[in-house]
Ligand binder design. Structure first.
Ligand code: SF4
Ligand code: SF4
Length: 237
């Protein structure tokens, strides 16, 4: 039985989950939801969410405020006064599970940050390494925000899938940093963000030869890739 089986999913209640444009497009396609149904911009004035890992975006209505693009939270119908990822389905508490059991309703399509938690790439970028998870990372007085019931062990993660997931995160996050640079050159209102994402990501495939399609503009490909760190969850506000 995996460490997460039967858990109330305190992680999905505690953390703001940053998403890349690729995460957004994948979830949108799989669920039929619109951008506005599940994405929010999360103010990150003290850089607690980004921690130099995920990019900041700026918007004209609050030009000095750095924002992280993240999954939206919703009020918990079972634990009043608490919030949770809007994709977390909550089971009712019972004797064996006093905090209930949580289930991700987009498990196969969940963001890459959720897939990799709590691993990150090691310094050489070749191996995955576990990060320690605290007992609580949000309001300790609230039981349902408790995190993992025991420390993670390497055996809890798949030795093939986890490093591959981390490699994809590194690639997608580098691309998303470039997307942020492009956006921040001339920030538009938040309402323009979904169309901007569609525009940029629809230009991610280059033609066979630039000579054959001279009018196609490689919007992002000409920008240098950066190599950010590879773990990026921070506690929810
Ligand atoms: S998308 Fe799924 S796994 Fe990720 S925080 Fe939400 S409920 Fe949890
Ligand atoms: S809190 Fe820990 S054990 Fe529980 S679902 Fe989240 S990662 Fe798994």
């Amino acid at each position: 039985m995996g460490i997460c089986d039967g858990c109330h999913a305190g992680c999905c209640r505690t953390f703001a989950v940053p998403v890349t444009g690729a995460d957004i497009i994948r979830i949108r396609r799989a669920t039929g939801l619109s951008f506005w149904d599940f994405v929010c911009r999360w103010a990150d004035s003290d850089h607690q969410i980004a921690k130099d890992v995920v990019p900041h975006f700026h918007f004209p209505d609050q030009p000095a405020m750095p924002f992280v693009i993240a999954l939206a939270h919703a009020a918990s119908p079972i634990f009043p006064g608490t919030t949770k990822c809007r994709f977390l389905l909550e089971g009712l508490p019972d004797t064996a599970h006093p905090l209930g059991q949580g289930r991700c309703c987009i498990y196969l399509h969940r963001p890459m940050a959720c897939r990799a938690f709590p691993a990150k790439l090691n310094e050489t970028g070749e191996l995955a390494e576990l990060q320690s998870v605290p007992g609580h990372a949000r309001d300790e007085a609230v039981a349902v925000y408790q995190l993992c019931p025991r420390p993670w062990e390497p055996e809890d993660l798949d030795p093939v899938e986890t490093p591959q997931t981390l490699a994809v995160i590194r690639y997608e996050m580098a691309f998303f940093h470039n997307v942020a640079r492009l956006w921040n050159r001339q920030p538009q209102p938040w309402t323009a963000f979904p169309d901007f994402l569609d525009y940029v990501y629809s230009r991610r495939i280059l033609p066979v030869s630039a000579d054959e399609a001279p009018d196609t503009e490689p919007v992002i490909a000409s920008l240098p890739l950066v190599q950010p760190r590879t773990t990026f969850r921070a506690k929810a506000a």
